[in-house]
Design a protein around this ligand. Structure first.
Ligand SMILES: [Zn+2]
Length: 116
């Protein structure tokens, strides 16, 4: 029979234990889950901070046409938006809550407020 080891501390799991057992103890199981939760928490905070940063920039430029490069230089990250603003089947812009950014030409975008 193949030896199995704890995925946290690599201590051997006795053959008498369940076949699908991954941890040697409750302590290791908790450590594993806490690490995963902490990583998820950090990831979510990063996304949330990026959305918040993007929203602040959109608010600063609301109603204006601005070069996308300028927004990027100030920290705008196009990867983070809350949803697509659409008209029918057509995507009009990328929104961060009630503010959105719409491409007006190859270089510039217009910042506008959604009709809620
Ligand atoms: Zn362990």
């Amino acid at each position: 029979m193949k030896n199995r080891s704890c995925i946290v501390c690599e201590k051997e799991i006795p053959h008498s234990e369940r076949l699908d057992k991954k941890f040697c103890s409750i302590k290791c199981r908790n450590r594993h889950h806490n690490r995963n939760k902490s990583a998820l928490r950090e990831y979510r905070k990063g996304v949330s901070d990026s959305l918040e940063g993007n929203y602040k920039l959109l608010k600063l430029y609301l109603g204006k046409v601005v070069p996308l490069t300028e927004l990027r230089m100030l920290g705008y990250n196009e990867k983070y938006f809350t949803h697509l603003d659409t008209k029918g089947d057509k995507v009009v812009g990328n929104a961060v809550w009630d503010l959105a950014l719409q491409k007006v030409n190859e270089r510039e975008v217009k910042i506008y407020q959604l009709q809620l």
